[in-house]
Design a protein around this ligand. Sequence first.
Ligand SMILES: Cc1ncc(COP(=O)(O)O)c(C=O)c1O
Length: 387
Amino acid sequence: MTNGTPVHHIPNQRQLFDIPDDVAYLNCGYMGPLMHSVVEAGDRGIRAKARPWGIAAADFFEDGERARERFARIIGADAEGVALVPAASYGLSCAARNLDVAPGDRLVVLAEQFPSIVYTWREVADTRGATLVTVARPEDDDWSRATLDAVDERTAAVALPHCHWTDGGRLDLVRIGARCREVGAALVLDLTQSAGALRFDAGAVRPDYVICAGYKWLLGPYSLGFLWVAPEHRDGRPIEFNWIGRAGSEDFARLIDYRDEYQPGARRFDVGERSNFILVPMLNAALDQLLEWGVESIEATLGARNADIAARAACLGLGSAPAALRAGHFLGLRFPGGDLPAGLLDALAAERVHVSVRGASMRVTPHLYNTDEDVDRLFAALERVLG
Ligand SMILES: Cc1ncc(COP(=O)(O)O)c(C=O)c1O
């Protein structure tokens, strides 16, 4: 059960999206498409901004509070800890600013991890005299064991995804979280490629910070995402100092009575102009639908879809991480010899089949809008490319 919804296989939901029949869009890991309900929420926001005399002071706050509450339910956390951020990198910078890192400490990342994470950790290492430790890609796909081997008493902070963005390799964050607490390392998670499609329970993992861009598996607009901050870090320093993050900002007439105190919870980390009257209602509409489906049911449905794709791919000689070590919603296909055929993506796109390539993997990331016909089209196109 997630949020009281029994786990079940969700029937096809393409009618909620604007995807033509002849497009096989198997690329949610690149960008989630917007549902009609999300586009309509955006339209309403644009129209409201055209007539700003209808925008009240309360409108600067209420939709943002709804977004905090909804995202908190998706990750099993409390809404007080949620901040609204424009990008995963922004949330990561908030975390980085507040990390306790001393010269000689170690910071851990994974090989081939998403660049925004690696660049931020490099910056922390450079400016505070720490050493960056990169966990090598394990030959047996067991990222959890490889990561646990790399975390010890010298580790100040670990930045991890729930699944690797190139091929869906999954990490056991409950075990890794326990190890981080044992050695006193901060655990910073980037759930951009998993939240909304892979169950996550902040109460069980106990991370220090969670970041998540909203435009992939949360099916939201671009340029709005979340940062969740553990209670013990909520008195940290934000990376910018805006008016709305201060106590009493609801009273516009008294904003010049400058205040040192912040809004409660993690609101101090909100980006400036976070009351985006277009993007926030859009993201709320998407989160409402995700919560109605239930994350566990989404995971189960996409897991079955990808198990079928992996089995069919194996018949063509394409490999993938073992199911037990891979996130159900996220499949990376590997070609014989490790080389992707030249012109692969263009050849598939010419047949209106959309996937992506990251590192040595062809990522196949379906969602509830995908049909059996989409998968047949993928394999018909692949067979032609492979000759
Ligand atoms: C794992 C992961 N994290 C984060 C992002 C987005 O990062 P940012 O919001 O900093 O652009 C992506 C985008 O592909 C991603 O795959």
